[in-house]
Ligand binder design. Structure first.
Ligand SMILES: [Zn+2]
Length: 119
């Protein structure tokens, strides 16, 4: 599993850019991250994790490494129970094939729900 070598939060652009140790770079819009929050409050206790749409003006209030394996993110809407593991961040990154989880794609920098493959 690739691990990040750099994580940059671009506040103005509302993106998180992760550089991975395999050379890939993933740019994730913050509202996209918020929509993929893996916590039980967002996802319930079912087996399928789903994307939940959120307004595009959501930002990151606070962010810290949680151990050596994850990012703890508090969003500007006050939500702070999401622990985003590196594995999860890589799974939802645009470079990664959908694998049955990521039902949608990036189009012009925005995540669009749909069934088309990610280019
Ligand atoms: Zn959540």
């Amino acid at each position: 599993m690739p691990e990040p070598v750099d994580v940059v939060h671009a506040k103005g652009a509302r993106t998180l850019t992760i550089t991975w140790d395999d050379g890939a770079t993933s740019t994730l819009p913050i509202h996209y991250l918020r929509g993929w929050c893996p916590c039980a409050g967002c996802q319930g206790h079912g087996s399928t994790i789903r994307f939940h749409d959120h307004p595009e003006d959501v930002g990151i209030d606070f962010m810290a490494e949680s151990g050596a394996y994850a990012l703890h993110i508090r969003f500007t809407d006050g939500h702070d129970s999401g622990i985003f593991t590196w594995q999860w961040l890589r799974t939802i990154a645009p470079q990664t094939p959908p694998e049955g989880l990521k039902r949608g794609m990036f189009r012009g920098g925005h995540f669009v729900l749909g069934t088309a493959p990610i280019e």
